[in-house]
Design a protein around this ligand. Structure first.
Ligand SMILES: *Cc1c(COP(=O)(O)O)cnc(C)c1O
Length: 367
């Protein structure tokens, strides 16, 4: 049996047809750039999260850049972010001429905390980026208090956490602004690139809405020099359909995760994901850890099971980031995660037989 790491299944059944109908409708109506479909999705997504504004942009990276720029991050500023995140978080900071300052994650949740971020605050620190890694929100109350105490901006990277909650409030509604990605494999995914900035600050929303569209207030009237990073109208129409199934798909991910937890908890050599008591986890990624990671990965590959590693090389050790002069050993928790983490297949529509095959194979490896 072959088990893909991720697949796009028609789940719940009928979703694929609704998505195709939405695409066909936009083709017929021929409003391809911005327009009512983008606005409808922006409103629906903001309402879903309980935020005042969502602004559709080209991708998750742009959402981070625009969110950081809107809160005032620029040349010479320092921005604190977790050392264990996708490269986009750090690249966005560098893109604005600011300096990424890495901090360790918590060894249980793998998320940035106020305690670890707080160690790196200097007079140059402008903002903290809280990345809700793998689908679990960071401890946002403590991070909010830290930012308030030091007058820092708080930006959330919610690219892996659509629909996850902390103290019953949605990830993406705690900071000054939050960045979402709708990359196809994300919990809310488009049929291509897409992203959004979410905020409840009307000033930030206004700035971002203009900036993503060349700085235009209205056509050919520009009060700032912006870029082109609009959420594609076809993608917005697709996302509006898929948003109505997000809770259901997240619940399915949680059921699959629960089954992995139940079946794999007896294996002493494995570390399974832990969810903090104030958080819900939407399992964008189901991460397990073992010192025999590469061996296990090869074994599963031989059984026809695809896995992934998030992330094999921490950002502070990437050749592209050599200019920051970090060295191995600077972030032991992050480096340990990089060498032991393995992501198991988990996606809505994964069959019981597929998951059974994964579970049985992992167990067989460890006997
Ligand atoms: C996917 C992702 C991004 C970037 O999103 P793109 O749409 O691919 O640009 C940023 N941060 C994190 C944590 C992500 O997982």
């Amino acid at each position: 049996m072959q088990v893909p790491y991720v697949a796009f299944r028609d789940w719940p059944q009928g979703l694929a047809q609704q998505v195709e109908q939405a695409v066909a409708r936009v083709m017929r109506e021929q409003q391809f750039i911005l327009g009512p479909d983008v606005e409808a999705f922006e409103h629906a997504f903001a309402r879903f999260l309980g935020a005042d504004f969502a602004i559709g942009v080209g991708n998750g990276f742009d959402a981070l850049v625009l969110a950081l720029r809107a809160v005032g991050v620029g040349a010479g500023d320092e921005v604190i972010l977790p050392a264990n995140t996708f490269i986009a978080t750090a690249n966005a900071v560098v893109h604005l001429g600011a300096k990424p300052v890495f901090a360790e994650p918590d060894a249980q949740t793998y998320n940035l905390t106020a305690a670890t971020a707080g160690k790196h605050i200097t007079p140059k620190t402008k903002a903290i980026v809280a990345v809700h890694l793998y689908g679990q929100p960071c401890e946002m109350e403590a991070l909010q208090q830290l930012c308030k105490a030091y007058s820092l901006k708080l930006v959330e990277d919610a690219a892996q956490a659509h629909g996850a909650t902390y103290k019953n409030q949605f990830a993406g509604t705690f900071g000054d602004a939050a960045a979402f990605s709708f990359y196809p494999t994300k919990n809310l995914g488009a049929l291509g690139d897409g992203g959004a900035v979410v905020t409840s600050d009307p000033g930030l929303a206004n700035y971002i809405r203009k900036y993503r569209n060349y700085g235009q207030q209205e056509k050919y009237h520009n009060d700032l020099i912006g870029v082109n990073s609009r959420l594609d109208t076809l993608q917005a129409a697709v996302l509006s359909v898929k948003l109505t199934y997000l809770h259901q798909q997240n619940q399915e991910r949680q059921l699959l995760a629960q089954r992995y937890q139940q079946e794999l908890q007896t294996i002493a050599a494995l570390t399974l994901p832990a969810t903090a008591k104030d958080s819900s986890h939407v399992y964008h990624i189901f991460n397990i850890r073992t010192t025999r990671r590469d061996e296990l990965r090869n074994y599963l590959q031989q059984q026809g099971i695809q896995t992934a590693v998030h992330y094999p090389v921490p950002i502070h050790l990437q050749p592209a980031y050599r200019f920051l002069n970090y060295k191995p050993g600077d972030f032991p928790v992050t480096e340990e995660l990089a060498s032991t983490s393995l992501s198991l297949p988990l996606f809505p529509g994964m069959t019981e037989a597929e998951q059974e095959h994964v579970i049985r194979s992992v167990k067989a490896f460890f006997v």
